[in-house]
Design a protein around this ligand. Structure first.
Ligand code: ADP
Ligand SMILES: O=C(O)[C@@H](O)C(=O)COP(=O)(O)O
Length: 416
């Protein structure tokens, strides 16, 4: 492995793996570090560290990066969400600072921008489409409500050290100007530097400027320029491995409550059987895995959607009644155990909506390593793992995907 990455959730990992694969690196996504290595140019370790206590996130991230270094990785990417999902405590800042220490690095860029999905960073402020981050549905995220669009200020709340900034005019002046600006930030003692990017060309400029940085942090966009650094040195594998087409019984599971997911669930549900998980009924034990699996079997050849997706008010009511963490983990656990039961009884294709939800599901399936296949929509590839035969996955990040992304995912998995 040349490039090693950790991602703080599973949809984020597949988003990054997709970018690296499209950039020409043979890429494997690992579910944690307990499953053994596989030969590839880039290894992406999916963690579920976005919404856990800071100390746990730091120790899991360090362990994963140590493992990647043992596999020979020469550069490490720390991938977090393009909407910078985090709380005032972390976990982006503390993990980034711990990685700088581990790698003996004196600085790293911080760049959540992903223009292909409308995430742009200008003057340190993060936009989604034409709105500041805090004026979007992310303000009401069930676990990491994003109420401040100034990434410099939000990150500074999470870090021990001061946060630096490099603005767009410098990025537009080219890689040498970026290198000089980053050097000035480092000399001023600012180890984490928020850097603007509003277009793919900005990310390519930044990618070139950080070719020799031990640590690069950002959304998947920051990885756009990295494969070229290895290609320029003639280091990339000649052929990219193909993923098999996977057909057969399928399910769509959605635990994301994002605005995009609400629309996608409604559209898919208009044409397919759908089953809504009511959190209160789940907590009372009135919805069981076995009963839902039986309902799915009764649908025959159809591919149903099972979802807990709800509007912000319903989510906050459930959180007030049962506690934010309790209800979240109860729902995640439900999807995880349901997916495992279904795959063990013949299901071959699983589409999951939501990063935390995907993490719970993929961990329960214990697929180990996943090969990265074709792109379904920006940031969403087909992934293929193995459990008594190939199992295809599509892990849809909350706000990613066209309105018909669930249908498209099922079709893309089955295509040779
Ligand atoms: N109806 C609901 N009420 C409360 N919490 C919910 C509900 N539905 C899902 N959740 C929780 O909200 C979180 C959504 O996070 P995630 O799966 O990462 O989606 P996204 O990708 O949109 O962030 C999960 O922990 C999930 O269990
Ligand atoms: O960077 C992104 O936006 C995604 O890759 C990502 O991390 C998504 O997280 P969720 O919205 O929680 O799925």
């Amino acid at each position: 492995m040349l490039l090693g990455a950790i991602a703080d959730d599973f949809t984020g990992a597949s988003d990054l793996a997709n970018t690296l694969a499209r950039g020409g690196m043979s890429t494997v996504q690992f579910s944690g570090i307990g499953h053994g290595a596989r030969a590839c140019d880039a290894g992406v370790v999916a963690l579920k560290t976005r919404s856990i206590p800071v100390a746990d996130a730091v120790s899991q991230s360090l362990a994963a990066v140590r493992w990647l270094l043992d596999q020979g990785c020469e550069q490490i990417v720390f991938k977090y969400c393009s909407t910078f999902d985090s709380t005032p405590e972390g976990n982006i800042g503390p993990v980034a600072e711990a990685l700088l220490d581990l790698l003996g690095a004196d600085m790293a860029v911080v760049c959540p921008a992903f223009p292909g999905t409308g995430r742009r960073l200008f003057m340190g402020h993060l936009f989604v489409g034409d709105r500041l981050l805090s004026e979007t549905g992310m303000r009401h995220h069930p676990l990491t409500p994003m109420v401040d669009p100034d990434i410099r200020r939000w990150l500074a709340r999470q870090t021990q050290g001061a946060v630096g900034a490099v603005h767009l005019e410098t990025v537009r002046a080219g890689s040498d100007a970026v290198r000089a600006a980053l050097r000035a930030e480092r000399e001023a003692g600012r180890r984490l530097v928020v850097i603007d990017a509003v277009a793919d060309e900005d990310l390519l400029t930044i990618g070139k400027a950080v070719a020799d940085h031990p640590l690069v942090t950002g959304g998947s966009g920051i990885a756009q320029g990295l494969p070229a650094n290895f290609r320029a040195k003639g280091r990339l594998s000649a052929a990219l491995p193909e993923t098999p087409a996977v057909d057969g019984p399928a399910i769509v599971l959605c635990g994301s409550c994002s605005t995009a997911s609400q629309q996608q669930v409604a559209l898919y549900g208009a044409h397919h059987p759908s089953f809504a998980i009511d959190p209160a009924a789940l907590m009372r034990g009135e919805i069981t895995i076995e009963a839902v699996a039986c309902w799915i079997r009764e649908r025959g050849d159809e591919t149903p959607i099972i979802y807990s997706t709800a509007v912000a008010e319903t989510v906050s009511d459930a959180q007030a009644r049962f506690g934010r963490e309790t209800i979240a983990s109860r729902i995640e656990d439900f999807f995880a155990r349901l997916a495992r039961l279904l795959v063990d009884t013949g299901l071959r294709r699983v589409v999951v909506g939501g990063g935390e939800t995907s993490g719970a599901v993929v961990e329960a399936l214990q697929l180990g390593s996943l090969q990265v296949g074709r792109e379904i929509d920006p940031g969403i590839p087909v992934l293929v793992g193995w459990r008594d035969g190939p199992v295809a996955l599509a892990l849809k990040s909350g706000n990613f995907g066209a309105p018909d992304v669930f249908e498209k995912s099922l079709r893309a998995m089955a295509r040779p």
